[in-house]
Design a protein around this ligand. Structure first.
Ligand code: NDP
Length: 313
């Protein structure tokens, strides 16, 4: 689907109802579902082609403990992988496993040529040095984009590993809906290594002019209103209300929260953004729903790259 820019000069005829006028004034809701479907279709084709060449893409998921969030993410990833023909090896360690146990599991998956991608569910229990353990994942199998080398690749614009899935999910949404980032002002709120910084680099790579905002940014609403593209990744439920927006903006809501009634919501007050902006991604059903599709596309790409590397060794 291509981005249909609202035409402010449109002259509404008498026949057009008030309802239609109102609808036309509202932002488009850019759902993640169609983006994920398109990505999954490409991945399924790639997996099929790889299998014909005797390569069976496989993902290792390493989980420590029984956190419901981890289990639900893992189950979702398994279902998606299965649908795409990607094999999943689950390594489930008890919450009181030692750091050495996790290290050995990562090393084993790292050395196994039948495994192409490793997803280490985080945060790890507090008694473990997460940074050190993450660093043991070989970059070519780092399909979640968490190692220093993967991030270095994002910053240098080189395919050293893979970009963090959520950051890439934002770019996939923009691409799917036909946004040309070149010359656009992009404002990213959040500077974490998981979302804010990598998405800022990916936007820069697409020739956007990027501003990164954080808790020390002065007059945040004014900075955000400057953005043609806004990435809301502050991790603050409902923080972005109408004072942050203006007509013409594209707003991607990365936040994932649950309100008092257990309903999922994002960083953006969607209804308020909808009244002013050009397009906004919903929560749920927005960026989050693209993230797993990106992860699976990375597994297929990792399998292909590793095969090419083996041939050239
Ligand atoms: P972090 O908490 O690691 O980072 C939040 C960033 O936002 C920090 O840089 C922080 O600034 C900034 N920030 C926080 N509050 C404000 C504020 N009031 N004004 C300006 N800046 C602010 O979060 P993550 O990056 O890991 O995640 C962000 C959100 O994305 C979360 O809601 C998370 O649940 C969601 N998420 C969604 C995913 C998906 O698939 N959709 C995947 C991963 C995360 P400072 O550096 O100054 O502290």
């Amino acid at each position: 689907m291509l981005w249909r820019q609202k035409d402010s000069k449109t002259n509404f005829g008498d026949a057009q109802t008030k309802k239609e006028e109102k609808e036309d004034e509202m932002a488009q809701i850019w759902k993640g579902g169609p983006v994920a479907s398109a990505l999954n279709k490409d991945t399924a084709l790639k997996v099929e082609t790889l299998k014909k060449r005797g390569i069976h893409p496989a993902l290792a998921i390493i989980r420590v403990g029984e956190k419901p969030d981890d289990i639900s993410y893992e189950n979702g990833a398994c279902r998606r992988a299965e649908a795409l023909g990607i094999a999943v090896f689950r390594f489930c360690l008890p919450a009181d496993a030692s750091e050495r146990d996790v290290e050995e599991t990562i090393d084993m998956a790292g050395e196994d040529p039948a495994i192409h991608g490793i997803l280490l569910l985080r945060p790890l229990p507090r008694h473990m040095d997460e940074e050190r353990l993450v660093g043991r994942i070989p970059a070519q199998k780092d399909v979640d984009g968490v190692t220093d080398l993967s991030l270095a690749g994002v910053f240098a614009g080189k395919a050293l590993g893979f970009p963090p899935c959520t950051a890439q999910a934002c770019m996939e949404v923009l691409r799917h809906y036909g946004v040309d980032c070149r010359g656009k002002r992009a404002v990213v709120v959040g500077r974490s290594l998981v979302v804010g910084r990598p998405v800022a680099m990916l936007l820069l790579g697409q020739n956007a002019t990027v501003t990164i905002c954080h808790t020390k940014t002065e007059d945040l609403p004014a900075r955000v209103r400057e953005g043609d593209i806004v990435i809301a990744a502050a991790g603050q439920r409902g923080m972005f209300g109408r004072q942050y927006f203006r007509p013409g903006q594209i707003v991607l809501d990365v936040g994932i929260h649950f309100d008092g009634e257990g309903k999922m919501c994002g960083d953006v007050l969607t209804k308020e953004a909808e009244e002013l902006t050009e397009a906004v991604t919903p929560v749920p059903g927005g960026i989050g729903s693209v993230t797993t599709a990106v992860l699976m596309s990375h597994v297929a790409a990792a399998a292909e790259r590793q095969e090419t590397d083996r041939k050239t060794e």
